[in-house]
Design a protein around this ligand. Structure first.
Ligand SMILES: Nc1nc2c(c(=O)[nH]1)N[C@H]1C(S)=C(S)[C@@H](COP(=O)(O)O)O[C@H]1N2
Ligand SMILES: [Mo]
Length: 308
């Protein structure tokens, strides 16, 4: 995100019919589980004065080929095409996840044991990077709340910090000091328990590609993309607000909350509008990325301009 150049994704890919049918199924599901919340978009539009028609029209699933070839993943390089090119040899298995800090059930476990108590779900969410590009992605995974509850946090635990694997032998980007390694992120416990918060193990009905954060990545659709930490190896419960990687890199640019907010601009990018991968025209960005109904109550009384 320190890089200013903009790379346009290729525009000429043809989607195989099987994927097209897949997407139709996912679109059907969007309506039934309300993950994209058309009603939320309407409410947002009315409150924020956006064109609701425009906001909803764009909610079709983004081509898989775009989402898997235009990535931010500094562990594999800083250009958008680097993660796909440089992550193909990455070993996402075997994998284990550590639970640490202020909880009654700390420990380390193989990924399969970490996942197996939960039911695997499909969720289609909007995704919005602070660089003002966006997508609509059908994820597969488990609710983050399941994992938090199983860890049984102590009442003193107010936050959970998540950490990416540190392995420069596999992650070539980690051999350079572009950002501080390992990449870390954090959520308040109530945010981590929010039903929208998700741990993805797959997308587009398949196992998560390495460049998208295999084998386990966070998905918090009302927040900017950088909160969605990839290749997670650790969750730690704390009583202090964690300082995330991007806060360390530029505290005046990246805050802890990073809630999508069209009214609060990033110093280098207006947040009022966004461009969906594969589309040309920009569309208005929605407050909390269109998920106000599900998340706004967590920030009642907070100054969202100050707590960016
Ligand atoms: N470990 C790690 N996680 C990361 C990043 C990263 O560089 N390293 N980039 C973040 C940013 S800025 C974005 S926009 C998303 C991009 O996810 P995608 O490439 O799957 O679309 O991943 C986030 N998670
Ligand atoms: Mo991002």
């Amino acid at each position: 995100m320190l890089i200013r150049k903009r790379i346009e994704p290729p525009s000429s890919e043809i989607t195989p019919e099987a994927e097209y049918l897949n997407r139709r199924e996912f679109l059907g599901m969007v309506g039934s589980i309300g993950a994209l919340s058309a009603t939320g978009a309407v409410a947002e539009g009315l409150m924020g004065g956006f064109s609701t028609v425009e906001a909803q029209q764009g909610d079709k699933v983004t081509d898989e080929s775009k989402v898997t070839s235009y990535n931010n993943y500094y562990e594999f390089g800083t250009d958008k095409e680097d993660p796909k090119a440089n992550s193909q040899q990455f070993k996402a298995r075997p994998w284990s996840v550590k639970i640490e800090g202020l909880c009654r059930k700390p420990g380390s476990m193989p990924l399969d044991s970490f996942l197996s108590p939960s039911r695997i779900e499909d969720r289609t969410y909007r995704f919005r990077c602070v660089e003002a590009w966006s997508a609509v992605i059908p994820w597969r995974g488990i609710p983050l709340a399941d994992v938090i509850r199983r860890a049984d946090p102590l009442p003193s635990a107010k936050y959970v910090e998540l950490t990416t694997l540190y392995d420069p032998s596999q992650m070539s980007g980690q051999r350079r000091a572009t950002i501080q390694w390992p990449y870390t992120e954090g959520l308040r416990i109530d945010e981590a328990l929010n039903p929208l918060a998700f741990l993805a193990t797959g997308m587009y009905g398949k196992t998560l590609p390495n460049q998208n954060g295999a084998p386990l990545r966070l998905v918090v659709p009302w927040k900017y993309g950088f909160k969605n930490i990839k290749a997670i190896v650790k969750l730690k419960f704390t009583d202090q607000q964690p300082t995330s990687t991007w806060m360390k890199a530029a505290s005046d640019e990246y805050g802890f909350y990073a809630n999508v907010n069209p009214a609060v601009d990033h110093p280098r990018w207006s947040q009022a509008r966004e461009r969906r991968l594969g589309e040309v025209l920009r569309k208005p960005t929605l407050m909390f990325n269109g998920y106000s109904e599900q998340v706004a109550s967590m920030y009642g009384g907070m100054d969202l301009r100050r707590n960016y």
